[in-house]
Design a protein around this ligand. Structure first.
Ligand code: 5AD
Ligand code: SF4
Length: 450
């Protein structure tokens, strides 16, 4: 048995990929161990979306060099270091130049080859191996069928890559062109996860609502239809999907929000800016009012749907007026939660070459006022949940003895007293107190699985 240490940065898709890498290394005898000092192999799964995220990789690699040296000097033990994910894809050669102690660099579309790369590294005595091509084969067809243990709430990648080419974004370059897995493989993987105890599935994709495929009725399905099909699976209690693009919110998907009870009333639908000029410069291909219309339609379908979003401040050319329009859009929507970022120049993207860059100082000011508004909306939303009764999925023990941690349908984290035997179950709770980032509650009763 060999010890595997995995550290994951970035989005939920990286979390999913890390799990699949663990699955693919299991037949080689690697088992996950949270103790870094005992590791025989260290995988860091990296994120390239913003400059800060990428920079972390090189400082982390500096620390890992010492771990590798210490194991070699004190225990005569070899530690293999693998860099995976989007920084690996974008900067493969650079990584092995700046950090020659890295053994393997593998991209998001080639990690199914990891076991072969490990074997090759051992047999050909190479200093390092880099595999960051966009391969002709589909990795999902080559990953092991056996899935390791996942939690009560698990991720399932159904779509990858992006053809939208927003002018700030590296994803189309690091993850490649849009690709949808077949309905059949998605449903099979869902069944496996459910038989291992998963009760909630979050369907993942960089552009998840662009998912399409031929269904079992030989017709072309969209994400909405796939959700209807997944909702039929017994013992699956809850379905979510993320991240969506406004242009791909089609009628069937919106109808699913009205008709599928298992589809949770919470949607992450990034808009990035409330200014039409900036949306156009970002190549988002929709206006602020079109986005608001989609939200109106979603709310007509499911009155209580809670909205989440992503925002970028300080995109090149953003004026005070543009920024005010973003604040005004936020006022109109009323978000239950949101993520917001300062624009970060990404090499190779169209916006990187623009001359009208916004100063760091203005970006910081705008981010602060935007986050104040979003925080106040989140707090107000949480407050509306006081005394409400929710079905929640118990995911894990909380930090405090005797406490459990669960998620409400609206993705809020909720804490309450209860026995560990409730982990993985749906229980009904009454919210006693709402804070900025979480809720407290009391159990009313445990629900039977549907
Ligand atoms: N700078 C800042 N934020 C970015 N995002 C993507 N690219 C950039 C960038 N260059 C944000 C967007 C996206 C989220 C995943 O990250 O808001 O929706
Ligand atoms: Fe990036 Fe835009 Fe594609 Fe989202 S839709 S992954 S922001 S290019």
């Amino acid at each position: 048995m060999k010890n595997l240490f995995v550290k994951t940065y970035g989005c939920q898709m990286n979390v999913y990929d890390s799990d699949r890498m663990k699955d693919s290394l299991a037949p080689l005898g690697y088992q996950e161990n949270p103790d870094l000092q005992d590791a025989d192999m260290i995988v860091i799964n990296t994120c390239h979306i913003r400059e800060k995220a990428s920079e972390k990789v090189f400082s982390e690699l500096g620390r890992l060099r010492k771990v590798k040296q210490r194991a070699a000097e004190e225990q005569n033990r070899e530690v293999k270091i693998v860099v995976a994910g989007c920084v690996a894809q974008a900067e493969g050669e650079e990584i092995t130049k700046r950090a020659p102690w890295v053994d393997i660099v593998v991209g998001p579309q080639t990690y199914h080859r990891l076991p072969d790369l490990v074997a090759k590294l051992d047999s050909v005595q190479r200093t390092h191996l880099i595999d960051t091509e966009f391969p002709p084969e589909v990795k999902f067809d080559f990953l092991p069928e056996q899935l390791g243990k996942r939690g009560p709430a698990a991720f399932l990648s159904v779509q990858e890559g992006c053809d939208k080419f927003c002018s700030f974004c590296v994803v189309p370059y690091t993850r490649g062109a849009e690709f949808s897995r077949s309905a059949e493989t998605v449903i099979e993987e869902a069944k496996k996860l459910i038989s291992n105890g998963t009760r909630e599935l979050t369907l993942l994709g960089q552009n998840v609502n662009a998912w399409h495929g031929i269904g079992r009725d030989s017709r072309e399905w969209g994400l909405g239809r796939l959700i209807y099909a997944l909702a039929e699976l017994p013992n699956l209690e809850r379905i979510r999907y993320t991240t969506s693009h406004p242009l791909d919110m089609d009628d069937e998907l919106i109808r699913a929000h009205a008709e599928v009870d298992k589809l949770m009333p919470y949607l992450h639908l990034p808009v990035q800016s409330g200014s039409d000029n900036i949306l156009q410069a970002m190549n988002r291909r929709h206006t602020a009012s079109q986005y608001l219309t989609i939200i109106d339609r979603l709310r007509s379908a499911r009155e209580d749907i809670a909205m989440s979003g992503d925002f970028i401040v300080g995109f090149p050319g953003e004026t005070d007026k543009d920024f005010a329009e973003t604040l005004s859009l936020i006022d109109k929507v009323g978000y239950a939660s949101a993520y917001s970022f300062k624009y970060s120049t990404r090499p190779g993207t169209p916006a990187a070459g623009k001359i009208e860059q916004v100063s760091e100082e203005i970006k910081s000011e705008r981010l602060t006022s935007l986050q104040q508004l979003l925080d106040s909306q989140q707090f107000a939303f949480n407050k509306t949940c006081e005394n409400a009764v929710f079905d929640v999925l118990v995911e894990q023990k909380a930090g405090r003895e005797g406490q459990l941690n669960a998620r409400t349908p609206y993705m809020q984290s909720v804490y309450f007293e209860g026995p560990d035997s409730l982990i993985g179950k749906i229980v009904q709770v009454k919210v006693s107190d709402a804070r900025q980032n979480s809720l407290s509650a009391d159990i009313i009763h445990e629900k039977e699985a549907k």
